[in-house]
Ligand binder design. Sequence first.
Ligand code: GDP
Ligand code: CA
Length: 312
Amino acid sequence: MLVALAGGVGAARFLRGLVRIVPREDVVVVVNTADDDIFHGLHVSPDLDSVTYTLAGAEHPEQGWGLAGETFAAMEAMERYGAPTWFRLGDRDLATHLYRTELLRKGATLSEATERITRAWGVGSRLLPMSDDPVSTRITVRTAAGGTTELRMQEWFVRERSGPPVVAVRFDGADEARPAPGVLEALDQADTVLICPSNPVISIGPILAVGGVRETLRRRRARVVAVSPIIGGAPVKGPADRLMGPLGIEVSCVGVAATYADVCGTLVIDAGDAARAPEVEALGVRAVVADTLMTDARVAAALARHTLDAVA
Ligand code: GDP
Ligand code: CA
C-alpha cells in the first residue's frame, strides 16, 4: 500500500501518473483541507475536489481547478444579487458542494462525505481528508498602507491574486485537529509514503501540522520520498515562491529539502537542478534526479515510477 500526501493541482497531476503504474486500490491519498472554506453557505474543499476530479478524468485540462466543459450560469445569476463571485464555482461543481454540505449538515464527517463523493466519481483510490476537524490557513500580509492584515487563503490567492506580500502563515485549528480516521494507520503501514509535488507551505504544511502526522513520518523517514514542486528556482504553477521566500525558505529544490528534511529521506529533483544535488544531500536528504515537469500523464507516470524506484 502506498500513501500520498496531496494538495491540489500539482498532486493531482502526479497521482494521475501514479495510478497508471500501480493499482488504484493500493493508493491512499491524504489530502490538505486547510484551503476549505464556506462560499454561499456551501462547504468547498478545493484540494479534495481537484484530486477527485483528476483521478476521475473529469478535470478541466488547463485551468487547474474545476471540471472540464464547466458552465457558470449560477455564478452569473448570483451577480444579480450582488453576491461576491470572485471565487468561481461552476454549475456542475456546485452539485458536489451542495451534496457535501448537506451530508455535513446531517452529521456526516468530511471523511464520510469524501468517501461517498469519490465512490460516485469512480476514483478507485481511498481519499482521506487530513482531518475531519476544521483547519484553516491564514496569511498575514502587508497592506498598501504599510500595516498588516490577516487574510484567509482563498482571499489572498484568488481575490487578491497572491499580490499582497506575505509576512506570516498559520494554520488555524491545527493544534486541536485530530487526523481523520485511518490517516495515522495508513502512514504507519505504508510501504512507501509519497509527498506529491505540492506547495510545501500551504498544501503539505497543514497536513504535517495535524497532530501525530509529523511524528509518524519521522519514524518512517526512510520510506518517505518527496517530489520537488520547484524547478530551477521557481514553482511550475501557483504562488509557492511568494510564500517560501518571505518565510525564509530558499525557492529551490534545496529549500524544499530543508523544509522536509526531518520527515523525508529522499527528494526527487528535476534534471535541470542536478547540480544542486550535493546541497540537498548535505541536508541529510538523498537526492534523486528525474524529469519532473509533468507535461502529460505519460510523463507523470514515468516520474511516479522514478519516485517509487528511488526508495525501492
Ligand atoms: P494547489 O493546492 O492547487 O495549489 O496544488 P498543489 O499544492 O498540489 O500544487 C501546487 C504546486 O504544484 C506548485 O508549487 C507547482 O510548482 C507544482 N507543480 C505543478 N505542476 C507541476 C509539474 O509538472 N512538476 C512539478 N515538479 N511540480 C508541479
Ligand atoms: Ca490548494
